[in-house]
Write a protein that binds this ligand. Structure first.
Ligand SMILES: [Zn+2]
Length: 498
């Protein structure tokens, strides 16, 4: 492996313009697989959800899953695409040990949906992302490489294959080239993936969990010298699995490409692996051109020709468009433009919405997700929905604060406990003995000690300077390790001294 020369992104962008293309794979949540009746439930014992069709045994014939077609059309419509009047599946020929047929049933020049667009917002500016196509295909199985230190095949003693995932329906959404101001490119890429996640999540056709692989993003990037109209050679960073990583992958590839081009080298057309721990990419395999896949129409499946009536029926089932939904939520929640923009920018719209639906006030939901949770997500390099705490739990914790059982400081401990897997908020409070003390007996004694320990402050309060109560409240809170009901402590101090 050669050492890469990296050019700082800002420096690279003075000489080059990035050109991006994003591919998103969405795993549909249909009950059965794309071409057979096998169940799709996650987490079953290896190779228990397979049949002759998805194992590609000789003579087995596939049948298209109608629900998957319906989901594909709804996704296409949500992306403002045209829906094909007639389209076919195609065989994409390549070898993978976890793909039993040695071809993937996909779509090639006849995708079910094409020519769409979405508008994403970054720093108050709107950028239109053109969608080239959204097509149907099937997932591969999973290989597990045992014995190596990296989990990759290189250095492994042996490999195991699980075909449960083989044949699960996927939709691949491919953008046209995205050319935006270079300094915005990483954020636009992130905003686009986040937008698509919210959009598809709203359709209810997929779990869209990046951390669990039901939404996976590939980042294509090339650089062209400023002023040039000729596209550079692209790299394709595969399976980036968080919004934050999408942004980092774009930045890293800008730095890496610039280093190669500055040195007079040429970028290799290849796939790259993204490494979450270092934020870097490493070489995968040399990327084939479409010709190498020897695509041809799948002879075992009938063409798909959705009637226009059906397409219009499905259009009528779409939820309100994201821009309309955002405007409505902003009004409902009473957020300022800036609060709303920060919420969207943090990828927190959905979790905030769910927290509010679960009973928290809009400002409390925003405070926790954009403050405490965003900080934790940043530390862990994870997205908000992969932190190990749900919107429902955040709402429960806020309800416990509102009920006076815990305060904001104790709530942070409750978050720690829930994320650490210690149980529900209620169980964490009991387990960690976190409840606020509001019992006057215990509080009264602590207040007496605080007054005795700070006669100056006590005298000031007797003289009418109520602001001095802060010092005594602080002393009580310290003694009770933050578990006193601060409001009640204040009342007791004033009762005793005035
Ligand atoms: Zn099957």
């Amino acid at each position: 492996m050669t050492t890469e020369t990296l050019v700082p992104v800002d420096d690279a962008l003075t000489r080059y313009d990035p050109v991006m293309g994003l591919e998103i794979h969405i795993e549909l949540n249909t009950a059965t697989k794309m071409f057979c009746g096998c169940p799709t439930e996650f987490g079953a014992a290896p190779n228990t959800q397979v049949c002759p069709v998805c194992l590609a045994l000789p003579g087995a014939l596939p049948v298209v899953n109608a629900k998957a077609i319906e989901s594909a059309i709804r996704i296409g419509l949500a992306l403002n695409c045209e829906i094909a009047e007639w389209c076919r599946f195609a065989r994409k020929n390549y070898f993978y040990p976890d793909m039993p047929k040695n071809f993937q049933t996909s779509q090639y020049d006849e995708p079910i949906a094409f020519d769409g667009h979405v508008d994403v917002e970054v720093d108050g500016e709107t950028y239109r992302i053109e969608i080239e196509r959204a097509h149907m295909e099937e997932d591969t199985g999973k290989s597990l490489h045992v014995g190596g230190s990296t989990g990759r095949i290189h250095g492994a003693d042996f490999s195991l294959v699980d075909y449960n995932r083989a044949g699960i329906p996927l939709i691949e959404i491919v953008t046209r080239t995205i050319e935006v101001p270079g300094d915005k490119a990483p954020a636009v890429a992130r905003a686009y993936v986040s937008y698509v996640r919210d959009l598809i999540g709203g359709l209810g056709v997929s779990d869209v969990r990046m951390d669990q692989g039901s939404l996976r993003a590939d980042v294509n990037l090339s650089l062209k010298p400023k002023g040039s109209t000729t596209l550079g050679t692209r790299s394709e960073t595969k399976n980036v699995n968080s919004f934050r990583s999408v942004e980092r992958a774009v930045r890293y590839e800008i730095s890496r490409h610039a280093g190669i081009l500055d040195a007079g080298g040429s970028v290799l057309q290849e796939t790259r692996h993204f490494h979450e721990d270092t934020g870097t990419t490493s070489s995968g395999r040399e990327k084939s051109d479409a010709d190498d896949y020897r695509y041809f129409p799948e002879p075992d499946l009938a063409p798909v020709s959705p009637s226009r009536e059906w397409v219009e029926e499905l259009r009528a089932t779409l939820p309100e468009p994201p821009a309309v939904r955002r405007a409505r939520l902003q009004t409902d929640w009473g957020f300022t433009d800036l609060e709303m923009r920060d919420t969207i920018g943090a990828g927190a719209l959905q979790v905030v919405a769910e927290t509010i639906e679960a009973g928290a006030s809009p400002q409390a939901a925003r405070k926790w997700w954009l403050g405490e949770m965003a900080r934790r997500a940043n530390e862990q390099g994870a997205d908000l929905d992969a932190l190990g705490i749900t919107p429902l739990q955040v709402a429960e914790i806020q309800a416990l604060i509102d009920a006076g059982r815990i305060n904001d400081k104790l709530a942070r401990s409750v978050f720690d406990g829930v994320i650490a897997g210690e149980g529900t908020p209620e169980e964490v409070i009991v387990g960690r003995k976190l409840e606020v003390v509001s019992d006057d007996g215990a509080l009264g004694e602590a207040v007496d000690r605080a007054i005795a320990g700070d006669p100056d402050a006590a005298q000031k309060i007797r003289d009418g300077k109520q602001a001095a109560a802060g010092a005594l409240i602080g002393a009580v809170m310290k003694e009770m390790r933050g578990q006193a009901d601060a409001g009640r402590v204040r009342e007791l101090i004033l009762e005793k001294l005035t």
